[in-house]
Design a binder for this molecule. Structure first.
Ligand SMILES: Nc1ncnc2c1ncn2[C@@H]1O[C@H](COP(=O)(O)OP(=O)(O)OP(=O)(O)O)[C@@H](O)[C@H]1O
Length: 261
């Protein structure tokens, strides 16, 4: 068994005054790309914020939250080691930042680059290679605010990739993207998995689960409802119970779709 990328043991966490998790335990080993799927309000964003150290769990006896094998992190170091692409980041990113600088800002986990940050020729070359790989090299001089949602998301992926992270955490990666942009983005995610990156995908959209992700964790009301092999977990019956509405699951080329049942 590979070492754990993520280890939550007996975690209690609040958002404001709302108790979201009480005694949550979940382990994701490196190499075990996983989707965490749940309805609105299940606790997905809270989980994401725990992993990115935007919020902290309540310190209780025996509880632990280990990321990449460590309990204590300098937040900036963690964010460069674990590529996190969230909607909050896309929303908060500086509109005036130029494309190339969005990628380079990953070195410092900053929003845009600043005059005190130094980049060598190699850094800029690497950023250019990543832009080519993601098909966004022609937008290097375009400001973030003048890009489409799909282009912005690719730049934020490039910003994460500049640090060669072993793992990436994706928050509803295709929300706001049209069909072409969605499938192109998913193709990139699929090739990253094939290259050996571990992906943790947090979503309520079944259709954006890449075929390469084999483990599915269903969460509901802050608890793990089911955790296992995709083929066994993503059934019509389980999803109907999870979302509290009759649903029918269909599978094509490894992708899942859901219809009203
Ligand atoms: N700032 C907040 N203050 C109080 N309660 C909150 C806050 N943010 C979220 N919550 C509550 O915490 C619970 C979990 O919310 P969370 O945002 O983690 O769910 P989610 O699965 O990400 O939902 P969605 O799919 O709608 O984004 C919900 O009951 C929500 O109402």
């Amino acid at each position: 068994m590979n070492r754990n990328l993520l280890e939550l043991h007996d975690i209690t966490a609040y958002r404001g005054k709302s108790l979201v998790f009480e005694g949550l335990s979940l382990a994701i080993p490196e190499g075990d790309s996983t989707v965490v799927l749940g309805p609105n309000g299940a606790g997905k964003t809270t989980l994401l914020k725990l992993i990115s150290c935007d919020i902290y769990p309540v310190a209780t006896k025996g509880s632990r939250l280990k990321i990449l094998g460590r309990e204590r992190w300098n937040v900036w170091e963690l964010r460069s080691r674990f590529g996190i692409i969230s909607h909050d980041l896309q929303h908060d990113y500086l509109q005036s930042a130029k494309g190339l600088n969005v990628i380079l800002s990953g070195y410092y986990s900053s929003i845009d680059t600043w005059s005190y940050q130094k980049f060598c020729e190699g850094d800029i070359e690497k950023a250019s290679l990543i832009m080519c790989k993601l098909g966004i090299e022609s937008l290097a001089e375009r400001s973030f605010g003048e890009m489409s949602v799909g282009q912005q998301r690719r730049f934020l992926l490039g910003r994460a990739l500049i640090n060669d992270p072993r793992a990436l955490l994706l928050d509803e990666p295709t929300t706001g993207l049209d069909l072409k942009a969605s499938f192109q983005y998913l193709d990139i995610v699929r090739s990253l998995i094939r290259e050996g990156k571990t992906i943790i995908l947090v979503t309520h959209h079944v259709h954006e689960i890449p075929p390469e992700i084999k483990r599915v964790v269903l969460i509901k009301n802050g608890r793990i409802f089911l955790d296992g092999e995709k083929t066994e977990v993503l059934t019509s019956s389980n999803l109907s119970t999870l979302f509290e509405i009759p649903l029918q699951v269909a599978v094509s080329n490894g992708f899942y779709q859901v219809f009203p049942g």
